[in-house]
Design a protein around this ligand. Structure first.
Ligand code: ZN
Length: 259
């Protein structure tokens, strides 16, 4: 099948979907300039050992290491703009054709693009919680000073260290979000798996849940994923190129009279 007919078939299934869910990974944000920071090739781990810098145990002992590591990443995320893939998903939701985005990303770009129903499996950079008294503040109140000085962000109430609400290595995922993601995977009849290598649980389990429930899984990723063999459709392309083409077909199909 040619590349165009793959895109048309994907658009056709989205048009017929009763309940569509998207699962997004780092590959959706790399076109916005956010490196895949879990990947050893990202360049972000050259100076530091991830288990020293970005694990919850290390955070509690030496938070400065974590903040030194995340500072350039935080600046990138703050400055980043959503790309065509984020915008295409927001458009699908606004058309009433996408019920939820489940994301492994912490960069807020789906929300910046206009998506309202986003399940953030690995937490978010939008807010931070005091590790001592659990006081919660929006990150934007801490960021300018932190980015300028690199000093540890401190709690206004008790002086404890403020931790961004992102899930660190060794930390439990938020169960409420995991449950919501699994429920979405069970409910969907079409799942888009976008820019995820599906190596990190529990996101990796979600396409299996969808397949087991009879859903069609459409994978758009540059590299192979282990779900490819069970997927109804696999498109090996940049998601920021392929997805907007598919959504344009869906928009056209929505306007065209139903046969
Ligand atoms: Zn506090």
């Amino acid at each position: 099948m040619g590349a165009d007919s793959l895109l048309c078939r994907a658009a056709d299934w989205i048009l017929r979907a009763r309940h569509l869910v998207a699962l997004t990974g780092a590959g959706v944000s790399t076109p916005s300039g956010i490196p895949d920071f879990r990947s050893p090739d990202s360049g972000l781990w050259n100076q530091v050992n991830p288990f020293l810098a970005a694990s919850i145990v290390a955070f509690r002992i030496r938070p400065q290491l974590f903040f030194d590591w995340i500072r350039p990443l935080a600046r990138m995320m703050l400055d980043a703009a959503p790309n065509a893939a984020h915008l295409a998903l927001a458009q699908l939701e606004q058309m009433g054709r996408l019920q939820a985005v489940i994301t492994q990303n912490i960069d807020n770009l789906h929300q910046k693009a206009g998506s309202a129903h986003v399940i953030e499996l690995h937490g978010t950079m939008r807010q931070a919680t005091c590790i001592r008294c659990h006081h919660v503040v929006p990150t934007e109140s801490l960021l300018p000073r932190f980015l300028a000085s690199g000093e540890l962000p401190r709690c206004d109430t008790c002086g404890g260290v403020m931790k961004p609400d992102v899930i660190l290595f060794g930390e439990q995922l938020p169960m409420q979000k995991v449950h919501a993601a699994r429920a979405a995977a069970r409910a969907c009849d079409v799942m888009l798996v976008l820019g995820s290598s599906l190596t990190v649980a529990p996101a990796a389990d979600l396409p299996t849940i969808a397949c087991d429930n009879g859903a069609r899984v459409i994978v758009i990723n540059r590299q192979d994923t282990w779900i490819d063999g069970r997927a109804a459709l696999v498109i090996h392309d940049d998601v920021a190129i392929a997805l907007p083409d598919i959504v344009a077909c869906v928009a056209y199909g929505t306007q065209a009279p139903v046969e």
